[in-house]
Write a protein that binds this ligand. Structure first.
Ligand SMILES: C[S@@+](CC[C@H](N)C(=O)[O-])C[C@H]1O[C@@H](n2cnc3c(N)ncnc32)[C@H](O)[C@@H]1O
Length: 201
C-alpha cells in the first residue's frame, strides 16, 4: 500500500473524518481551522482549488464563508464521500463547491485561473512534489497564494518543514512557514512537526 495509490485512500475513506482535524466535527477544532485559514486567505469571494480534498471538509468550511471551491481528489471513495457531503450541505454552501476526480500532481488548471491553491496533507504523498508545485504556482492569478498544510508526523510519514519550504522556494519568491503546534487544531497535544506554508510567486 503506497500513499501514491488511490486504493490506499479508498481504504481510509470510510473512517477518515473520525480524526478531529479531518472531519472538524468538534466545534472548537473547526473554529481553530476556520480562524487559521480565514486569517491567511484573501477575502471571499475568491476562487480556491482544494487539491487532494479528501471528504471536502475544508472545501465546505471555506464555502460557508463565501469562497468558490474546485475540490479535486484521485480516490473514488473520497470523491464519493465529498460529493455526498456537498450534496447534504445547505444549497447556498454546496453550490459553491464543485467536486471532481483528478490528479493533484497534474490538476489541469489553466494558467492564472485561481486565487488560492490549498493543499492540506497531500504534497508529501506526491511522486514529484517540485513539479506539482510548479504547476500549481502557474495556475495562480497575479496576487494569488499557495497555502499548504503539511507535517513530519510521528508515524514516519510526511515532509519536514525545511524540505517543504525548499520545494516551494523553487517556484515562489516569498515563502512563510508557520508552526501549527496549537492543540486546538488537532484536538490534542502534538509532539511532531506540523506547519502551514503560505507562499507567493
Ligand atoms: C491525508 S488526506 C487529506 C485530505 C484533505 N486534504 C484534508 O486535509 O482533509 C490525503 C488526500 O489526498 C488524496 N491524494 C493523495 N495523492 C493524490 C493525488 N496524486 N491526486 C489527488 N488526490 C490525492 C487522497 O486521496 C486523500 O484524500
Amino acid at each position: 500500500m503506497s500513499a501514491a495509490d488511490p486504493s490506499t485512500w479508498d481504504a481510509e475513506a470510510p473512517t477518515f473524518d473520525e480524526a478531529p482535524d479531518h472531519g472538524l466535527l468538534d466545534a472548537d477544532v473547526r473554529a481553530a481551522w476556520r480562524t487559521l485559514l480565514l486569517g491567511v486567505l484573501p477575502p471571499a469571494p475568491a476562487g480556491v482549488v482544494d487539491l487532494g480534498c479528501g471528504t471536502a471538509t475544508l472545501s465546505l468550511l471555506l464555502a460557508e464563508h463565501g469562497y468558490a471551491v474546485d475540490a479535486l481528489d484521485f480516490s473514488p471513495a473520497m470523491v464519493q464521500l465529498a460529493s455526498d457531503k456537498v450534496a447534504g450541505a445547505p444549497a447556498s454552501v454546496g453550490s459553491r463547491v464543485a467536486v471532481r476526480q483528478g490528479d493533484a500532481g497534474d490538476p489541469g488548471l489553466a494558467p492564472a485561473s485561481v486565487d488560492v491553491v490549498l493543499c492540506r496533507h497531500v504534497l508529501w504523498a506526491l511522486p514529484d512534489p517540485s513539479l506539482a508545485v510548479r504547476r500549481w504556482v502557474r495556475a495562480l492569478r497575479p496576487g494569488g497564494l499557495l497555502v499548504l498544510v503539511e507535517g513530519d508526523w510521528s508515524t514516519g510519514a510526511g515532509l519536514s518543514a525545511a524540505h517543504c519550504a525548499s520545494i516551494v522556494g523553487e517556484s515562489c519568491a516569498r515563502v512563510e512557514v508557520r508552526r501549527l503546534g496549537d492543540p486546538r487544531l488537532w484536538g490534542r497535544e502534538i509532539f511532531d512537526e506540523r506547519y502551514l506554508v503560505v507562499a507567493r510567486p
